[in-house]
Every structure is written in structure tokens, then in C-alpha cells.
Design a protein around this ligand. Structure first.
Ligand code: NAD
Length: 251
């Protein structure tokens, strides 16, 4: 099955975790993938992985919180591959801590990457897509945002709730121009981001047995599958949705 043959998909945060798994999944289903992130090395490794499976990919180092970088990212994607049909705005950072002790730099950084990054990516992606027959955008929010409250993650939660809100607003603004926009809101997925400071993977598994109704972390494949479905024609009537994939945590 090749749902994305002939499509160009851009994935931010594509050098690791959910982004890399989703980039691989898009490539397996025929898309040409551009992986973007801050550091070149993990991006090059992701490209090597995709090419080793016979897929097509390239890397563009870019900081999503920089308007210049994001403009260059979208322009480079289009120049190299002839278009941009799908964007997965997924780069994110998490700095936990009680609000009263959280330093302003940590607040600013989370806001800049998680929220301004999604805004900047959508702005440049939409500008291209509306002039070129439309497209599909999926943003990464979090269940810790619009869906669930957890202490010591207030700043992160605020940025992610805002991504959910921005997704809904943008979806309504641009569906009339053929740009379909949705979000995913994952719960703990088996990446380093869901580990507490100093926690081993086995300890996370033990913690989540009790903490989540499903009793385990989400897999990378489960996260990627949700993104691919939202990006596919099968989800053609799904607009402005925030797809919670969290094992029942916020149910
Ligand atoms: P991850 O740390 O592996 O991925 C985050 C990626 O974002 C990294 O590749 C990182 O290099 C990139 N990034 C960070 N700052 C950037 C910047 N300024 N510019 C460009 N790229 C930047 O962790 P992950 O779990 O794969 O996270 C992916 C997304 O999923 C994030 O938005 C995260 O908030 C969200 N999320 C994760 C979980 C989870 O449990 N893992 C749950 C809910 C939401």
C-alpha cells in the first residue's frame, strides 16, 4: 500500500523519536521526506535509515523558532523536491519544574519552540500550499495541554494547549483553500521525552503500569500511524481535530 506516492512530506523534529518514526513511515508509503531539526547529524542518520529501506529523503537543519530558518526550510523543500504536500510540525521541547521556580529562559524556550515554531511553520507552509493547490498539515500538541493537567508541567502544557487552539483556528481559516489541518495529542510515547530526569526505560514501564489505564507507553508505530491517517485521503472529512492517543489517560 502506498498512500503517499508522489507526495512531499516535511517533518520537523525528524531526527529522533516520533518525528523520525513518522518520517520513516511516510517514506515506506511512498512519500519523499524532508527531515528538519536543529542538528545535522541525527537528521543525516534518519536520511540514511530511510534510504537503506529504499525510500527518498533529505535533511535540512533548521531551528523552528527562527522565521528565517523556517522560510529557508520550506523554500529548500520545494526547490529540492518540487513541492510540499504534507507537513508534520512536530518539533518540541519540555522543561519540567514548579512554575514559581521555572526560570524565564525555560519558559521562553518552550514557548518559542512549541508554539511560535508551529505558528512559523504553518505560516510558511500555508503560503506555499494555498498557491499550489492545497495540502495537509498535522501539528503535535500533547494530552498534557488541552486534555489533561499534570503538576510541574504547566509551561509545557500551556504551549501545547495553545497548539491545539491554533490548530482549530487555522483549520477553519484554510479548509476553504484546500488545506486540511489537524493535530495529534499523544500521551507518554516511548521516547526520551517521556522519561523523568534520570529515569531508566524499565522504571518508566513500571510507573506507567499504574499511571495509565492501558498500563504502558505508546509505541512509535502507534504515534506514526495516527499522523499518517490524519495526513491521508481517508481522513479527508477530518478538519481541526485534535486526535488524542494516550492509552485512556484523559478519557
Ligand atoms: P524528541 O525529543 O525525540 O523529539 C523532539 C525533536 O524536536 C528532536 O528531534 C529535537 O531535536 C527537535 N527540536 C527541538 N527543538 C527544536 C528546534 N528549535 N528546532 C527544530 N527542531 C527542534 O521527543 P518526541 O517524544 O519524539 O517529541 C516529539 C513531539 O511529541 C514533541 O513536540 C513533544 O512535545 C511531543 N510529545 C511527546 C510525547 C512523549 O511522551 N514522547 C507526548 C506528547 C507529546
Amino acid at each position: 500500500m502506498s498512500r503517499f506516492t508522489g507526495k512531499v512530506a516535511l517533518v520537523t523534529g525528524g531526527g529522533s523519536g516520533i518525528g523520525r518514526a513518522t518520517a520513516l513511515a511516510f517514506a515506506r508509503e511512498g512519500a519523499t521526506v524532508v527531515v528538519a531539526g536543529r542538528q545535522a547529524e541525527p537528521l543525516d542518520q534518519a536520511v540514511t535509515l530511510i534510504e537503506a529501506e529504499g525510500g527518498r529523503a533529505s535533511a535540512v537543519p533548521a531551528d523552528v523558532s527562527s522565521s528565517e530558518d523556517v522560510a529557508r526550510l520550506v523554500a529548500t523543500t520545494v526547490e529540492r523536491h518540487g513541492g510540499l504536500h504534507i507537513a508534520f510540525n512536530n518539533a518540541g521541547v519540555l522543561a519540567p519544574g514548579p512554575l514559581a521556580d521555572l526560570d524565564e529562559a525555560a519558559w521562553d524556550h518552550q514557548l518559542a519552540v512549541n508554539l511560535t515554531g508551529v505558528f512559523l511553520c504553518m505560516r510558511h507552509e500555508i503560503a506555499h500550499m494555498r498557491a499550489n493547490g492545497g495540502g495537509v498539515i498535522v501539528n503535535t500538541a500533547s494530552n498534557i495541554g488541552a486534555h489533561l493537567r499534570i503538576p510541574y508541567l504547566g509551561a509545557y502544557a500551556a504551549t501545547k494547549a495553545a497548539v491545539s487552539a491554533l490548530t482549530r483556528a487555522a483549520a477553519r481559516e484554510y479548509i476553504g483553500e484546500g488545506i486540511r489541518i489537524n493535530a495529534i495529542s499523544p500521551g507518554p510515547v516511548e521516547t526520551s521525552m517521556s522519561l523523568r530526569p534520570g529515569e531508566a526505560e524499565a522504571d518508566r514501564a513500571e510507573r506507567l503500569k499504574d499511571a495509565l489505564p492501558i498500563g504502558r507507553a505508546g509505541t512509535l508505530a502507534e504515534a506514526a500511524a495516527a499522523v499518517l491517517w490524519l495526513a491521508s485521503p481517508e481522513a479527508g472529512f477530518t478538519v481541526g481535530h485534535d486526535l488524542v492517543i494516550d492509552g485512556g489517560a484523559s478519557a
